[in-house]
Write a protein that binds this ligand. Structure first.
Ligand code: CP
Ligand code: NVA
Length: 347
């Protein structure tokens, strides 16, 4: 649902018939959620307002997506993302079809173009977890229905949105929050940097030199930060990143698809382990965050992940609420009424 130049030039404001009462501002809906960059900073905060309402008053939203159908193709395993999308869609009254794509790549049997033009005839929304980010991008280009990135090698936008929503619950004003991420410059680091830039937070990221961030993502995040006055620091020293942080985040050293590198990476990433000694550099109240699954004893110690300051299960819970908000956002006013647009003029 991309590539409509007229709509990009003149995106209409969507008034949703089905928005629940009490929703302060009708969000301008992006048609796809492939990257955090698909949302403007204002839209991220608007999505958080909707998430709050869905979390506090779930009964009011039951049936909102009745008759809507979602398909999920996952090339990689999942606990949280799969179940929160399925449970979320169910609680909103819609249906889900899950296709286990772990045995072969999505486009191994037929082209993405053909798959997209089949799916759009039957289904209202497509959720993809893929190895290649280009597969999600291509599906979004071809399919006439919204596409959600449920993790690619480049980004994990749904997780990062749940994480900043969690930080907002704990600290309030996100502009005053300093999030430090230490570890691999992976999909999680990219989406956290973009999301932190969008909400105007301070984000410090420390990775080993050879495992740094994608420079295109950094450029995109810096452009957003100009607008929001976010402060972004890209470093190699984990202690410098964590110094004075309100929250310390880490993720797997070897992401899905890189498991064979786990041993070699373990030696390189050892100084990036989040343990009690590293947490000493953060503020005394600092939260510990992880998208999960965690590799206890590698990127984080039991002592830290099981501490009272660990919010990993709050993050996991909020996946459900943010997922519901994303679905309402993309489907609430009916497929086909959403403009083909990016939230950013330079995109
Ligand atoms: N955090 C996350 O995406 O978990 P799953 O891989 O279990 O979906
Ligand atoms: N970076 C991890 C995130 C898992 C939710 C991976 O891609 O495997």
């Amino acid at each position: 649902m991309r590539n409509d130049p007229m709509a990009v030039m003149n995106p209409p404001i969507i008034k949703t018939k089905t928005n629940p009462p009490g929703l302060l501002a009708d969000p301008v809906a992006p048609r796809d959620l492939i990257s955090i960059h698909d949302l403007s900073p204002a839209e991220v905060l608007s999505l958080f307002n909707l998430t709050s309402m869905l979390k506090q008053r779930p009964a009011e939203f039951r049936g909102l997506l009745a008759g809507k159908q979602m398909v999920m193709f996952f090339e990689k395993p999942s606990l949280r993302t799969r179940l929160t999308f399925e449970a979320g869609m169910d609680s909103l009254g819609g249906s889900t079809f899950f296709v286990d794509q772990t045995a072969s790549r999505l486009n191994a049997r037929e082209s993405l173009y053909d798959i997209a033009h089949n799916l759009e005839r039957w289904i209202d929304i497509i959720v993809l977890r893929t190895f290649s980010h280009a597969v999600v991008e291509e599906m979004a280009t071809y399919a006439g229905v919204p596409v959600i990135n449920a993790l690619s090698e480049l980004e994990h936008p749904c997780q990062a949105l749940a994480d900043f929503f969690t930080l907002q619950e704990h600290f309030g004003d996100l502009k005053k929050v300093h999030l430090a991420y230490v570890g691999d410059g992976n999909n999680m680091a990219h989406s956290l940097l973009l999301a932190g830039a969008s909400v105007g937070a301070k984000v410090s990221i420390a990775t080993p030199e050879r495992y740094g961030l994608n420079p295109v993502i950094v450029t995109m995040a810096k452009a957003i930060a100009e607008e929001t006055k976010a402060s972004l620091r890209i470093l190699n020293d984990p202690r410098k990143a964590v110094a004075g942080a309100d929250a310390v985040y880490t993720d797997a050293w070897a992401s899905m698809g890189h498991e064979h590198e786990a041993e070699a990476r373990a030696a390189i990433f050892a100084p990036y382990q989040v343990n009690a000694a590293l947490m000493q550099f953060a503020k005394p109240h600092a939260l510990f965050m992880h998208c999960l699954p965690a590799h206890r004893g590698c990127e984080v110690t039991d002592q830290v992940i099981d501490s009272v300051n660990s919010v990993v299960f709050d993050q996991a819970e909020n996946r459900l609420h943010i997922q519901k908000a994303i679905l309402v956002w993309l489907l609430g006013s009916g497929v086909g009424r959403f403009p083909a647009r990016s939230a950013h003029a330079h995109a």
